[in-house]
Design a protein around this ligand. Sequence first.
Ligand code: MG
Length: 158
Amino acid sequence: MSRTGIGYDSHRFVEGRPLVLGGQVIPHTMGLAGHSDADAIAHALTDAILGAAAAGDIGTHFPDTDDRWKGADSLQLLRAACALVGQRGLGVAQVDVTVILERPKLGPHIPAIRTALAGALGIAVDAVSVKAKTNEGMGFVGRGEGIATLAVATLEVR
Ligand code: MG
């Protein structure tokens, strides 16, 4: 038996912060605003994993009012979500992520992001899919104001 969850996240670009996606610092002129490291890939995936277990969302488990998560490495949240669903007898089998941004080009960084996510999730790299696309110049992503991320996680009963 398997269970599927979906996650979404978006963050605004700001100057003076590093751009962190999938646990990797991506060279760029701007980073993402947020209480934690604003890693939109890790956040969307965390919500997908919690969603698959019907276990609430990232905001209830890791609230941005909690100073424990200030500036946090969001791969920690991902590991915590895996542990939480693990207590319910579920394990992550496979994930798929789409990052929507105009720039920087994410392609060269995708192998490192997949490796980092696989490590945090405790699954094989070939069970971790990460894709990037632009929004064809439309909307807030198209104007370069921020990025959006979608994630799907499949959990199996263990
Ligand atoms: Mg977020």
